[in-house]
Design a protein around this ligand. Structure first.
Ligand SMILES: [Zn+2]
Length: 69
């Protein structure tokens, strides 16, 4: 748990209850969700499925899966 709470991780903790817009596609490392408050309707974001704040914090498996996305 982070302080303040991390929005993305809060969503991830409820993964099985998320509406389709919050898990458009996913694998064990990444989740695609609609972004809100953007200038472009339908903007999607790719989110890590654990708390990561920088690319260099990704594991080799996470980084490899990111390349496939
Ligand atoms: Zn987080």
């Amino acid at each position: 748990m982070t302080t303040p709470p991390c929005y993305a991780c809060g969503k991830e903790a409820r993964f099985d209850e998320l509406p389709p817009r919050e898990r458009i596609a996913f694998d064990q490392y990444w989740r695609v969700a609609h972004s809100f408050n953007t200038a472009v309707p339908g903007w999607l974001v790719l989110l890590p499925r654990r708390h990561v704040t920088a690319v260099h914090d990704l594991t080799d498996a996470e980084a490899g899966a990111l390349g496939l996305w």
